[in-house]
Design a protein around this ligand. Structure first.
Ligand SMILES: Cc1cc2nc3c(=O)[nH]c(=O)nc-3n(C[C@H](O)[C@H](O)[C@H](O)COP(=O)(O)OP(=O)(O)OC[C@H]3O[C@@H](n4cnc5c(N)ncnc54)[C@H](O)[C@@H]3O)c2cc1C
Length: 502
């Protein structure tokens, strides 16, 4: 690598205004209320499938061997299950017809996007009907005056990014699964990704949304206005709702001016306090021109270097590494100011060492280390955590978590990394290193450590199937009751993605 080395509360009766609680009883009541409303655990009636074929056409209703592996599980590879049927609607109207039929039949439906989710949210049971958005694709419009892109939900993130770029704009959302994940899935999970520090989460990109409700009603709010105070902002109920409140069919997304110059640096640090110090220095100098601030602890960094076959640009190992992107609107920005800021940080001993990528190949090589997580499902028996904590507390949490894991399961191999600028820490424990230990025990052990810190059990991947029993660690009984009330109001038969989230 060529480098430029710089030197060597709703219900007050719940009685809690805390964000965490120990109310396991209350949450299990909520779950059982919702599932008892809903869900027939039996295969769809032949009459339901006939009605769906009549409404969508035979080729849009697949059963049995016609359903490929893609529809059976998401990126977690958890419990692959062939759904009872797979629907492939081509339009909002067809989604609406399908849901109206399933609502009348009390038939559970699981919306499926690109199946890159990391919480098991899109996995259907063998008695569920999966509804894939894969035929609902295409960018419908780019409105240069409003700086918006109107897109169908099944369009991949990468396709939407490319369309924005061709029109001279930038879609701020970006994540490693960009080639497969869909805009509908991104919004249903309120995806985060690499640029949250700069432009916010998926939620922050949305101006308008079209959603089909459980009973087939179409809620079209495809406004392009930034300001619109006309009552409840309904789109926010569906963003991050993981397919439990409605099927997203179209969206109007904000576009941004393109960042014309990007500079990427890999920095070696003494420890977490230094990382926060650097983050604050760079933020005060560059504001949201800091486009990524990714922290890698040595276990993760060494693994990423090995996995990608990259040579570490540093001769010596360091306690912490940060991958930082500076993204400027100014095409003539040659990175000198960014480089100076890092030199100053080096001179004042905030950082130990740094390299700045000098070519596109360098940038790719540095990002490949961070994005080696794409290989985790293949290389590891990955027990993944996607938690958030106040930024100042993450370093201490990592130390505590590592010590506790080592005490509980000596010899465990665990990797720590995260989008620290967004208060988001990822931990992956390799189940291969602790043979015979049930994954559930590891989940419970780590999540329990978050309770007293008022941390979140999901920063960005969502609750889905895999984290639902841990939701009460991060949500109070009053919050859970409010969520259940919204779910019941919008989906009284509980047909949409039953067993997820709650
Ligand atoms: C390599 C890799 C990197 C990743 N990096 C990140 C990252 O940095 N940040 C991040 O947040 N996530 C990341 N993810 C997770 C994943 O990509 C995101 O959660 C993504 O938003 C899921 O989109 P999808 O289309 O694949 O959804 P799916 O996995 O198909 O579904 C996810 C959930 O959304 C629901 N859903 C899907 N489409 C719709 C719709 N149209 N209407 C209603 N509900 C719907 C499903 O029912 C399910 O509950 C990564 C995944 C991989 C494999």
């Amino acid at each position: 690598m060529t480098d430029n080395r710089l030197a060597s509360g709703v219900a007050s009766s719940a009685g809690s205004n805390s964000t965490s609680n120990s109310g396991g009883d209350i949450s299990s009541n909520i779950s059982s209320n919702i599932s008892s409303n809903a869900t027939r655990g039996t295969a769809p009636l032949p009459a339901t499938l006939d009605a769906l074929r009549a409404a969508l056409g035979d080729d849009a209703v697949r059963i049995g061997e016609q359903i490929g592996e893609h529809a059976m599980t998401d990126w977690t590879r958890h419990d692959p299950t062939r759904p009872a049927a797979l629907l492939l609607p081509r339009s909002t109207e067809e989604v609406s017809r399908a849901l109206a039929i399933c609502h009348a039949a009390h038939q559970p439906v699981v919306p499926q996007g690109g199946m890159t989710g990391l919480a098991g949210g899109a996995i259907a049971r063998s008695t569920d009907i999966a509804l894939s958005l894969e035929r609902l694709t295409g960018v419908e419009e780019i409105d240069a005056a409003s700086a918006t892109l109107t897109v169908r939900a099944g369009t991949t993130l990468q396709t939407a990014q490319e369309a924005a770029a061709e029109a001279g704009f930038e879609l701020a959302l970006d994540l490693g699964a960009r080639g497969s994940c869909q805009i509908g899935g991104n919004l249903a999970t309120n995806a985060g990704g690499n640029r949250v520090i700069q432009s916010g989460t998926a939620r922050d990109q949305v101006l308008g949304l079209e959603v089909v409700l459980a009973n087939g009603d179409v809620l079209t709010s495809l406004g392009k206005m930034v300001k619109n105070n006309t009552g409840y902002d309904l789109k926010h109920w569906f963003i991050g709702s993981e397919g439990t409140l409605g099927v997203i069919t179209r969206a109007v997304l904000r576009l941004h001016p393109p960042r014309a110059a990007r500079h990427t640096a890999l920095v070696a640090l003494d420890g977490y306090a230094a990382a926060v110090n650097l983050l604050r220095r760079l933020s005060s100098r560059f504001g949201n021109d800091i486009g990524a601030f990714e922290i890698m602890w040595p276990d993760f960094y060494d693994f990423g270097v090995k996995l990608t076959g990259t040579r570490s640009p540093f001769a010596d190992p360091h306690p912490l590494y940060a991958l930082i992107e500076h993204a400027s609107f100014d095409a003539s920005d040659d990175g000198e100011r960014f480089s100076c800021a890092l030199t100053e940080a080096l001179d004042s001993a905030v950082i130990r060492d740094a390299v700045i990528a000098q070519s596109v190949a360098d940038v790719r090589a540095l990002w490949a280390i961070r994005e080696c997580t794409a290989e985790f499902p293949v290389r590891l028996d990955a027990i993944n955590f996607d938690v958030s904590l106040p930024i100042g507390e993450i370093g201490a949490f990592v130390d505590r978590c590592r010590a506790a894991l080592d005490q509980q399961w000596p010899g465990n191999v665990s990797y720590f990394f995260g989008h620290i600028g967004d208060s988001n820490l990822h931990v992956t424990v390799d189940g291969h290193s602790i043979p015979g230990v049930d994954h559930h025990a590891v989940y419970a052990f780590v999540y329990e450590m978050l309770r007293s810190l008022h941390g979140s059990v999901s920063a960005e991947h969502g609750i889905g199937l895999l984290k639902r029993e841990f939701l009460p660690i991060s949500r109070s009984p009053a919050e859970l009751a409010a969520m259940a009330a919204i779910k019941h109001a919008l989906d009284p038969h509980g047909i949409l993605n039953p067993g997820k989230l709650f």
